[in-house]
Design a protein around this ligand. Structure first.
Ligand code: ATP
Ligand code: MG
Length: 423
């Protein structure tokens, strides 16, 4: 039987906490059987690696593994997605289609956020679990399948049963074995370890020296409640890696990144708003990168236009001195010295980070982010920029210098934007 340590390596799971080890042991033990498993735990604790471990250690490993996010599929189409449909079963069903239970025959299906399944789908699922039988939507012909189910939930299933949103019989069917992943706050020895790992990953990704927490900051890290668990910890390590120029992070700086009211030892209330705000923080970085890029592009357009209109480049240079300084100007020098000095402090073995190289890496990421955001965001960039500035000013209680530093722009630029948007 494969050891917990080798599973951790294979699935890049960091941590030595006994409760985490126990959860992994359980996954290894149950994997060779066909028993249904329910993975429980708060949002962001790392539930998703469990079904992958179970599948890859089972006799089903050469057959299909399909992960279905039950919360993300509209109620009207979920039965058809899972069980397939017959031609003409509903408007738009122009062809017969196989569902996941047919496609994954002999394999494993991971039903993530299983608590979100509509009651009618729960009835169909119960039948498959009991005797491997199902019907395509619009068909009366019973089909057979051999699928192993691993489900996950971050909601309290007993509550859902009490509110009649989840069938009790299905719950007991799904949870023959339950694997609980403990929240991060209960894995005290792993918190700093995970932070160091993420800091090192993001240092490499953004081609910057790795950030490091000073002793007081480590204490803050350990005391924090981490309502969004490992996902939140990773987001915060990424934000700090990108936004902070000084690479040794103090308790005060770290506190600035932790959503307020959560660093105390008050009883835990794991609410949605927290998780959302963590996500929006990650977005904030992306928007910031986009705004900077948009600003630079506008300035460059203006300059190119001048050059096209006017053949005398000397004259254009003189007349646009401010613009040229803004695009290529003194701010660059400032950053260069700061990077160099932080490198000295950390005594990294690599040769000093070259500005152009680092710049190129950031540039590459900007375009990558731009593509992703364009697809999913409908709000205008300007509105987002205003929102970002407002939030930063609020967070820094009107202290423009700190807000500018957080936004990664000069105070002068921030002042200009406050005027421009009448903030
Ligand atoms: N022990 C760990 N070591 C390294 N990374 C981890 C660990 N646990 C979780 N992660 C990372 O944290 C992130 C969140 O984990 P995951 O998606 O599994 O959360 P989840 O429990 O499914 O949360 P949700 O209920 O919100 O879906 C992932 O990027 C995952 O890779
Ligand atoms: Mg998940």
């Amino acid at each position: 039987m494969e050891s917990v340590q080798s599973i951790k390596q294979r699935f890049e799971i960091i941590g030595q906490d006994p409760k985490l080890n126990r959860a992994l042991e359980k996954a290894i033990q149950v994997a060779p059987t066909d028993i249904s498993v329910l993975v429980t735990g708060e949002s962001g604790v790392g539930k998703e690696s469990i079904p992958k471990i179970i599948h890859s250690l089972s006799h089903r490993k050469h057959a299909k593994y399909i992960a279905v996010n039950c919360g993300a599929i509209p109620e009207g189409t979920i039965d058809s997605e899972l069980f397939g449909h017959e031609k003409g079963a509903f408007t738009g069903a122009t062809q017969t289609r196989s569902g996941y239970f047919e496609v994954a025959d002999g394999g494993t299906i991971f039903l993530d956020e299983v608590g979100e399944l509509p009651l009618t789908t729960q009835v169909r699922l119960l039948r498959v679990l009991e005797n491997g039988e199902f019907l395509k939507v619009g068909s009366s012909q019973v089909q057979k399948t051999d699928v192993r189910i691993v489900a996950a939930t971050n909601v309290n299933m007993f509550e859902a049963i009490k509110k009649e949103k989840f069938r009790e019989d299905l719950y007991y069917r799904l949870s023959t074995v339950e694997i609980n992943i403990p929240p991060l706050r209960e894995r005290q020895n792993d918190i700093h370890l995970l932070f160091r790992k993420f800091a090192s990953d993001f240092g490499q990704k953004y081609k910057m020296p790795t950030i490091r927490l000073d002793d007081n900051a480590v204490q803050v890290l350990l005391k924090y409640r981490w309502p969004g668990n490992i996902r939140q910890l990773r987001n915060i390590a990424e934000q700090i890696s990108v936004l902070e120029e000084t690479r040794i992070i103090s308790a005060m700086t770290l506190n600035g990144y932790l959503p307020s009211n959560s660093s105390s030892n008050l009883p835990a209330v794991v609410n949605q708003t927290k998780a959302e705000s963590d996500f929006s923080n990650e977005r904030e970085i992306l928007y910031k990168v986009l705004f900077d890029m948009k600003g630079d592009l506008n300035d460059l357009k203006k300059l190119t236009m001048e050059l096209l209109k006017n053949n005398d480049s000397q004259k254009v240079q003189e007349e646009n001195e401010n613009l040229i300084r803004k695009i290529y100007g003194d701010e660059d020098e400032e950053i260069e010295t700061q990077e160099a000095s932080s490198l000295e402090v950390l005594q990294l073995p690599e040769p000093a980070l070259e500005k152009s190289y680092a710049g190129a890496a950031v540039q590459e990421d900007k375009y990558h982010f731009a593509e992703e955001i364009q697809e999913e965001e409908t709000l205008s960039l300007q509105e987002k920029e205003i929102e970002l500035i407002k939030k930063s000013l609020e967070r820094n209680r009107g202290k423009r210098k700190a807000a500018a530093a957080e936004l990664g722009i000069s105070e002068r630029t921030l002042y200009r934007k406050i005027k421009q948007y009448d903030l």
